[in-house]
Design a protein around this ligand. Sequence first.
Ligand code: UDP
Length: 312
Amino acid sequence: MKKVLITGAAGFLGSHLCDRFITEGFKVIGMDNLITGSLRNIEHLFSHENFVFYHHDVSKFVHVPGELHYILHFASPASPIDYLQMPIQTMKVGSLGTHNLLGLAKAKNARILVASTSEVYGDPEVHPQNEEYWGNVNPIGPRGVYDEAKRFQEALTMAYHNVHGLETRIVRIFNTYGPRMRTNDGRALPAFLSQAINGEPLTVFGDGSQTRSFCYVDDLVEGIYRLLMSDYHLPVNIGNPDEITIKEFAEEIINLVEDKELEIIYKDLPKDDPKKRRPDTTKAKQILGWEAKVDRKEGLRRTYEYFKKVLK
Ligand code: UDP
């Protein structure tokens, strides 16, 4: 039986990955320090014989007894307000945490996949963003702590691959949504859905003309699983290329909750907020035979059901 360590296991993406690997018949070790994750996301796994949970901060030395075949490094604060509130933890988990896990992968002869991000492209001057683009990042801006930690993570992962011949995978994750997002994590979808359900105005930042491309979590998990099992070690974008302005996105959510009284109010655009973002997913298609399947209408409907339950 293959054993996998998933860091950030109690988070949005980490918990869905735990589910997927349990379903695939793996022994899963979930690790999380719970600064942004919640045990509620993995509570249902605690009774499963193939699941164990370690409450641990991966920025400190990581020990896993016995053999280990795969590592997925998904621990990190990941929403702009989280990394603004926890800038040092964000930098530590992307740098020291990644170093510890690469060392663990080397010691166990395990394959490691690290979660990178579309934020490595910064406020992009190339559209859509392909993996060859080097990015446009402000290192000392508010997002720098996340963006540069993830860029460092990619560099260190490539160094371990090149120097030690470690089996490494790098996924660049674009905006993803679905059940188990924190309702108050400050990101556009949780903010808009929570506001709409509570009958409050939706807060669009700037004039709402900035774009994003939102991927449903099940699609993302499928892409990550395929990448881990592939033999491709260079970065691969995983995301849904269906691009929308933030204003239109807010309007879609107003239509979804069918409350005609809801208004949109405009607030200041945060510093260094990327003006547009859409993944070029040619590589994922060619190398993994992967593309996003769940359209926004269906994905939003499923996410709305979850938010209604949590906010009731
Ligand atoms: N945004 C917004 N209102 C909110 C939260 C976010 O208009 O209440 C905007 C934000 O400025 C950005 C986009 O929605 O342009 C997506 O933001 P999010 O925090 O979800 O993720 P990002 O892609 O910026 O990392």
